[in-house]
Design a protein around this ligand. Structure first.
Ligand SMILES: [Zn+2]
Length: 459
């Protein structure tokens, strides 16, 4: 009902505006007035607000409505796509289902504490699963930001989320996050990867010996690779180190309509004539205006990695440097329009899903998992690499653990793997690149020569 109609029961003019909220749900907003003109004015004001904010502005919105407004007005511009998706997931899956219907002006710290208790309760995540502490923490901090914005916009006088009780976090990360391979397993994984010799194998070794995140390794460019960076002496032997500067990461971006404001009725087409954003001829990528991106193929882009205050140059031990030299030479005649270090024979980027599949095969070949576990993970409904704490991310933890065992100082390890978490870095010391190389030199001393066979680029 997008135009005022007389409601004889209430003896008022009434109109209902349905609209699509920024998070894709259907919103419904009722306006009521004693005369038709006022009702129409209120309706038009609400339509304008939906176009501008994604939701009508009321004096006392529900938490759900104000959260939608925060996503559209604040998060869309300040958050990176990953951070935006995480914030939207907190809003949709934790905040709205628990306290979404509550009016924001009636929200008290005790309600926020109750929200946390509900989220922490066993089984909240469905299928008998319980949310992890970090998900609950993220929901709370998202609500905190939403309420901060509500304070700034003079909707509420102070922030109830800030005053709510926080469950004390265990100071150690959860066990799955801390899991690491033993150094023997790491060597077995490296050997299996070298035997494989293809793009996935070299990629796995690259990740294992640099600690790069998957997205950073998949987005690695030849321009950021230096094969002759530094020479250093370890145990009387001169070693030639390479260096990689982490300037890009591979990321899937989401598309959205670029043809104008959402239609009044979510079941109607947009201005371009389509409902699906994928078909909009003016479709744009949902990123903040300041976001730097290079399109590779479809939704795949190179974007800037997590900003790290502590440098982005990673020393490459001589064995890895030699392997990458062979790899670059073996693939130099393949098309490579984006200048990627790792790509398929036709120059297209490697996507995370294929890298994950290759990782599963590699840890099986390296006997980190046995046949039964491999079959269970491949089967439907069974354990996943994630649930077993065996994703490729484990090689990053393994490098941290190994460098620790080799008595490399924590501050230097943090800088090598570019931890963004302040707590894990030594705030007073900023190690020089030469110190990183010395730290990695200890790793070089325990890793055997790698380039046994020349790599086999895909056909
Ligand atoms: Zn469109």
């Amino acid at each position: 009902m997008h135009r005022p109609a007389w409601d004889p029961r209430r003896k008022r003019w009434r109109a209902v505006l349905t609209y699509k909220t920024p998070d894709g749900r259907t919103g419904r907003h009722e306006v009521v007035a004693v005369n038709q003109a006022d009702c129409l004015r209120k309706l038009n004001a609400a339509k304008e607000q939906v176009a501008k904010y994604g939701t009508p502005v009321t004096n006392n919105p529900t938490v759900a409505a104000f959260a939608a407004r925060w996503l559209a007005e604040v998060a869309a511009e300040t958050h990176t796509p990953n951070a935006y998706d995480a914030a939207r997931a907190s809003v949709n899956h934790q905040i709205v289902p628990t306290i979404g219907k509550r009016r924001i002006q009636t929200l008290l710290p005790s309600h926020v504490t109750a929200m946390r208790k509900t989220l922490e309760a066993p089984g909240f995540a469905g299928d008998g699963k319980t949310l992890s502490a970090s998900v609950v923490k993220h929901a709370h901090s998202t609500l905190n930001r939403i309420c901060d914005y509500a304070v700034a916009e003079r909707v509420i006088p102070d922030n109830p989320a800030r005053k709510a009780e926080r469950t004390r976090q265990a100071s150690q990360p959860t066990t799955t996050e801390r899991q690491a391979l033993t150094s023997d397993q790491l060597l077995a994984v490296i050997r299996a990867s070298i035997a494989r010799g293809d793009v996935f194998g070299i990629l796995t070794v690259f990740k294992a010996l640099t600690g790069l995140r998957q997205s950073e390794a998949l987005g690695a460019t030849l321009a950021d690779l230096q094969l002759d960076a530094e020479r250093t002496t370890v145990n009387g032997e001169t070693l030639s180190f390479g260096a990689y500067t982490v300037n890009w990461q591979l990321q899937d971006l989401r598309r959205e309509h670029g043809c104008g404001n959402p239609p009044d009725d979510p079941n109607e087409a947009w201005r371009c004539g389509y409902r699906r954003h994928g078909w909009c001829p003016e479709a744009t990528w949902r990123v903040p205006s300041w976001y730097e991106k290079r399109q590779l193929k479809g939704a795949l882009h190179l974007v800037r990695p997590k900003m790290s205050k502590i440098g982005k140059v990673v020393p490459l031990i001589p064995q890895l440097t030699e392997l990458l030299r062979l790899w670059a030479a073996a693939t130099k005649d393949q098309p490579n329009p984006h200048g990627l270090l790792f790509h398929h024979a036709d120059g297209t980027p490697v996507i995370p899903k294929l890298d994950d599949r290759a990782w599963l095969e590699t840890i099986h070949a390296a006997e980190v998992i046995n046949d039964a576990t491999l079959e269970a993970i491949k089967g439907k409904g069974g354990p996943t690499l994630r649930s077993m704490g065996l994703t490729g991310h484990i090689s990053r933890h393994t490098l941290v653990t190994l460098l620790g065992e080799l008595e490399v100082p924590t501050a230097i390890i943090s800088r090598i793997v570019r931890h963004t978490d302040e707590r894990t870095t030594d705030g007073y010391r900023h190690p020089h690149v030469a110190e990183l190389t010395t730290g990695m030199g200890r790793l070089a001393a325990v890793i055997p020569t790698l380039a046994i066979e020349p790599p086999k680029p895909s056909e």
